[in-house]
Design a protein around this ligand. Structure first.
Ligand code: ADP
Ligand code: MG
Length: 600
């Protein structure tokens, strides 16, 4: 065949294959148009999983009658023009492909009344065949009905799942949009039955309530609003007492655009490291804001993926925000919480009865509630009720100074086990305290408070130590010299790749004397340069100093020393996790013990 330019009709059908894959993609495109039209209500009706019909009704600004036909032409859009900068697009649509694509593979009826018009208009496009515009009575907004999807493309029809499967895709997609747009009231009905409804109050927690229900909404934690000036993330993430067996409960948006990003989902998962058992996943809504020019939305046919200019920065902002709220609210870890099973790990016996009572719950809820009994941590409860009462907007600002302190139960020390764990009795069971993790937490808060007050003490070394640095490490030292000095390190350059350590943070004094000081400095520096985990540099430095000044596993402690450590742990702000987020305390619940011993 000679080279020919494809007819508009054929080109549309080819393009449709990229944009419209299945009923859920039709819903997504139509609803995004409604959102771009400033709607505050969007109602979606589905028949037969969307293959029979999809109707989207909105109350947005509508389409003027004289533009209705144009809206269905290829590359016709009101959202960009020649002068637009393709990189900073604020609307969800911009390519003008959705309506022509959909109407080339379905029968589409559009009824719209523009805000400034007296009457509405109706336009019908039947598998690419256009008709005349007719007047129609209609309220302000747009109603688009798509029926017989793909009946002219049998190949595509074959790839559709059952009506139930397609409906569930639609439902989860619409749920995600409802979470990203809490100020819009969404509803979904399928074959006349309501499937989803949000009230559009503007509060994210209300959207979560509409989408996931009250039980889940109660267990969500609010991300502390970050620095609004630049990159920031807000949203809600599930407390560690709640988890799911797959990743589909993570909703991510960038500048209001719902996106899919394996790397971002992974960043969220990683933030839960140490908080969730393996192969359990959080429920999360993360709404990322970046400068518009920092993301390219024009890299995916369905605009489901975006490209970030500063990818790593986005990941670390997300991770830090989630990690922050998790460590701030972490309850005492119960033994067995680190496993998918709910039994108290060590004592688990075949035929364990500890899951009874939860058997009727679906698998998801069962493992979530069985593994974590509700530790009556007052701070957590007040955190949750606060969350439910206050809007997620600006009024609900929280900062670390008014975050309630975590509490540790009153513990009576029994002794030390395996030269690593302090065994204690508490009000609701037996507690095991990791002596290193606990001491680390104590030391961390001590050095951090000193550092914050600019009153860190420094201990001069009788004999300064010389250290040889790894390639590139000198740059790190120079870059952070001020913080290093502020925390108590006195170092001097000595040749291109060597340093003299003249003084050490007082917290390290007993451990780091003589050559030891140099070794500790190198190790701290190594840990700092490894980075990761989204923590700030100064927090990592403080954590590293805390680590090196703490008792180790394998060190014998007298009962008095154990008591002293527990007493110190009681004083700190966050006694339940070490600075790296690992638990300091694990509880063997008294009820579980009684059950395991068949006392009741
Ligand atoms: P795009 O969204 O990329 O502009 P579409 O094919 O999805 O392209 O829509 C074409 C145009 O039709 C839009 O630019 C918009 O002006 C108009 N339009 C479509 N749906 C609606 C709606 N629900 N409300 C108001 N205008 C709409
Ligand atoms: Mg569109």
């Amino acid at each position: 065949m000679p080279i020919q330019v494809l007819s508009d009709d054929l080109a549309s059908r080819i393009a449709a294959g990229e944009v419209i894959e299945r009923p859920a993609s039709v819903v997504k495109e139509l609803v995004e148009n409604s959102l771009d039209a400033q709607s505050t209500r969007v109602d979606v009706h589905i028949v037969g999983g969307g293959a029979q019909s999809i109707t989207v009704v909105d109350n947005g600004h509508g389409i003027p009658a004289n533009e209705l036909a144009t809206a269905f032409e290829r590359f016709a859009t009101s959202k960009i023009d020649e002068t637009s900068d393709l990189i900073s697009i604020g609307t969800l649509g911009f390519r003008g492909e959705a309506l022509p694509s959909i109407s080339s593979v379905a029968r589409v009826e559009a009824i719209s009344k523009h805000a400034d018009a007296d009457a509405g208009a109706r336009y019908l496009v039947d598998f690419g065949k256009t008709n005349a515009i007719e007047p129609a009575g209609a309220p302000q907004g747009t109603r688009i009905e798509v029926s017989g999807l793909f009946t002219n493309v049998p190949a595509r029809l074959k790839f559709l799942g059952s009506a139930g499967r397609e409906l569930s895709r639609i439902q989860s997609m619409l749920a995600s949009l409802a979470l990203v747009y809490p100020h819009v009231a969404f509803s979904l009905s399928a074959d006349g039955r309501e499937r989803l409804r949000t009230i559009g109050s503007g509060k994210l927690i209300d959207a979560v309530l509409g989408v996931y229900g009250a039980k889940i909404a109660e267990q969500m934690l609010e991300l502390e609003p970050g620095d609004p000036a630049a990159f920031s993330v807000d949203g809600l993430v599930s407390s560690p007492s709640l988890s799911r067996s797959n990743r589909t409960y993570m909703t991510i948006s960038v500048n209001g655009r719902l996106i899919q990003s394996r790397r971002l989902s992974y960043a969220i998962e990683q933030a839960y490291y140490g908080f969730l058992p393996e192969r359990r996943f959080p429920i999360a809504v993360a709404r990322i804001q970046t400068p518009l020019g920092d993301v390219d939305a024009n890299v995916h046919p369905a605009k489901a993926e975006v490209r970030f200019l500063r990818e790593d920065l986005v990941y670390s902002v997300v991770q830090r925000a989630i990690r922050g709220v998790l460590s701030a609210s972490a309850p005492v870890h119960e033994l067995g919480a680190g496993r998918a099973s709910g039994s108290i790990g060590l004592l688990r016996t075949p035929g364990s009865v500890s899951n009874i009572g939860n058997q009727s719950l679906p698998a998801d809820e069962r493992s979530a509630s069985a593994g974590f009994s509700q530790w009556p941590d007052p701070s957590l409860i007040s955190e949750q009720s606060r969350l439910l009462e206050t809007p997620t907007g600006a009024e609900s600002e929280t900062n670390s100074t008014n975050t309630p302190k975590e509490t540790l139960p009153v513990l009576r020390v029994i002794g030390q086990a395996h030269e690593t764990y302090i065994l204690a009795e508490g009000p609701d069971g037996v507690y095991l305290v990791d002596q290193h993790a606990a001491h680390e937490r104590v030391m961390f808060e001590r050095v951090r408070d000193r550092f914050d007050e600019n009153s860190s003490e420094s201990q001069p070394l009788l004999e300064p130590a010389t250290v040889d640095l790894a390639p590139g490490a000198m740059t790190t030292v120079q870059e952070y010299l001020e913080d290093l000095n502020r925390v108590g390190w006195g170092v001097e350059e000595f040749g291109t790749n060597s340093l003299i350590v003249r003084s050490v943070p007082a917290a390290l004094a007993t451990r780091a004397s003589g050559d030891g000081a140099g070794q500790v400095f190198l190790r701290v520096l190594d840990e700092l340069r490894e980075g990761g985990s989204g923590e700030t540099w100064s927090n990592r430095m403080l954590a590293s100093i805390a680590c090196h000044s703490s008792v180790r596993a394998g060190q014998i402690l007298s009962t008095d020393e154990c008591k002293d450590l527990i007493r110190q742990l009681e004083q700190v702000q966050r006694p339940n996790t070490c600075p790296h987020g690992r638990p300091t305390v694990i509880q063997l619940n008294i009820n579980d013990l009684e059950r395991e011993f068949k006392r009741r």
